[in-house]
Design a protein around this ligand. Structure first.
Ligand SMILES: Cc1cc2nc3c(=O)[nH]c(=O)nc-3n(C[C@H](O)[C@H](O)[C@H](O)COP(=O)(O)OP(=O)(O)OC[C@H]3O[C@@H](n4cnc5c(N)ncnc54)[C@H](O)[C@@H]3O)c2cc1C
Length: 419
């Protein structure tokens, strides 16, 4: 590719990159998304099963839906928004977990969240696991849920960051897929796909973005790469930006993976209900039965369990799920399920994980990561958000913010008399 010239390049075409590029494009800025994959969307990705049902392998829930900007995008696209209350806001199915025990568990979990809320903003920051009640029988399950929320065990997660997460508890879904909605939003934007950025050279008056087929020249860049990539790529910036590398290292990506199973005789279970694989340990999956009423199970695995299963591929996820479900529902249950789709986000070279959490003491890394450099390198992505990290709407909000910073820098430069 010959050298090409833009005002702004957006590096990474996930939720943040698409939101940023859309804003720039609307403001008339000559911009382009440079994306390593063959598709836009990043960790937002919808595939279809044989019946044509949309399956979200990455984000599925419009969290904080009453203030989530993707809702308006989905509505613009005439998508169907499902407002059924999520399984975690209702009682789980009673198999090996009767309602009185669920009530006791919920009380213990609320106590844990309260202790986090009371302690989190005091110095020094500590690991969230420190606030588990010693000897409480529900610690395993509280920690399992911690791995679904953060993608990591609570002993690795900052209590302050955990507390900073800001959720309105309104959770909706897009029937046709959250990932499909996000990708479609980027469809008409200028983008170069299949093009991993190798270096951002900011030594000269203009930026030189090195890619496998040459280089792109630009006035500014908005970098939306996952922290897993930034933490490992000390040579990405020339000269290096050690503050950014360190900030990214304080915000690793936790791991969460899904496995979709087909389910014969699905009507036996309530629509959008849930089973816990086990209630006495952290290394267990949660099973969303009949999502949208479909004859499917969406199994969710987090933290070390997900990492261990990734080493064995889809068959390891499937065998684990079948063993937990058979224990709950009887050995015959194994004959009723088949694996349909699974995705290993830890092994994905352009994600290397699922969503960010802060290590204890590293909450400030979010602001450090988000801070612009030299008025021409801007940063966005879920990990840059103070309270909406780990989400697709956190991606959107930080993307729009970075685009606004970039637009205002361009306008300032244009208003200055030429040197
Ligand atoms: C299993 C799972 C479940 C989830 N569930 C939810 C949920 O229910 N609700 C929710 O809101 N969020 C959820 N999330 C999180 C959500 O998907 C992410 O937080 C969000 O999509 C991140 O968007 P982003 O733009 O910050 O990053 P990304 O989507 O990772 O975008 C970064 C982009 O950069 C690209 N890239 C990487 N390296 C390069 C390079 N060298 N050059 C150019 N491009 C590069 C990547 O391919 C990617 O497209 C889930 C994620 C997973 C994995």
């Amino acid at each position: 590719m010959a050298e090409r010239d833009f005002e702004t390049v957006v590096i990474g075409g996930g939720a943040a990159g698409i939101a940023a590029a859309r804003r720039l494009h609307q403001a008339g800025v000559n911009c382009v998304i440079i994306e390593a994959r063959l598709r836009l969307g990043g960790r937002a990705w919808t595939v279809a099963d044989a019946a044509g049902h949309a399956l979200d392998l990455g984000c599925g829930w419009l969290h904080s839906a009453d203030r989530n900007p993707w809702v308006a995008v989905a509505e613009e696209q005439k998508r169907t928004i499902d407002k059924t209350r999520p399984p975690w806001a209702r009682w789980a199915l009673p198999h090996k977990f009767p309602e009185d025990e669920q009530r006791e568990f919920r009380g213990a979990q609320e106590d844990f969240f309260r202790r986090v809320g009371e302690r989190a903003q005091r110095d020094p920051d500590i690991a969230a696991a420190t606030l588990l009640a010693p000897g409480c029988r529900w610690n395993g399950l509280i920690s399992a849920i911690g791995t679904y929320i953060s993608g990591a065990e609570l002993d690795r997660v900052s209590a302050r960051d955990f507390d900073n997460y800001d959720d309105t508890n309104v959770n909706w879904r897009v029937v046709e897929g959250y990932g499909a909605t996000i990708a479609k939003c980027g469809e008409d934007l200028p983008a170069i796909l299949d093009c991993p950025v190798q270096r951002i050279d900011h030594r000269g008056k203009r930026l030189r973005i090195e890619i496998p087929r040459g280089a792109i020249v630009a006035d500014q860049a908005i970098v939306t790469l996952p922290t897993s990539i930034l933490a490992d790529a000390e040579q990405l910036f020339l000269p290096a930006l050690p503050d950014k590398t360190e900030a990214a290292r304080g915000l690793p990506l936790g791991l969460a993976d899904k496995l979709f199973l087909s389910l014969d005789g699905a009507e036996e279970f309530d629509k959008d209900s849930r089973l816990f694989g086990a209630i006495d340990k952290t290394a267990t999956a949660t099973y969303h039965m009949r999502p949208f009423g479909r004859p499917l199970i969406e199994a969710y695995f987090g933290g070390r369990l997900a990492a261990e299963l990734e080493a064995g591929g889809t068959s390891a996820f499937f065998e684990f799920a079948v063993s937990e479900l058979s224990r709950l529902l009887g050995n015959d249950f194994a004959r009723r399920v088949k694996p349909i789709h699974n995705y290993c986000w830890g092994a994905d070279p352009f994600a290397r994980g699922s969503y960010s959490y802060a290590l204890p003491g590293k909450t400030d890394c979010r602001a450090t990561l988000a801070a612009p450099v030299d008025g021409r390198l801007f940063f966005a992505g879920e990990a840059c958000s103070h309270g909406d990290f780990s989400t697709a709407h956190g991606g959107w909000i930080t993307g729009v913010l970075a685009a606004d910073q970039a637009i205002s820098a361009l306008r300032k430069k244009a208003a200055k008399p030429a040197e």
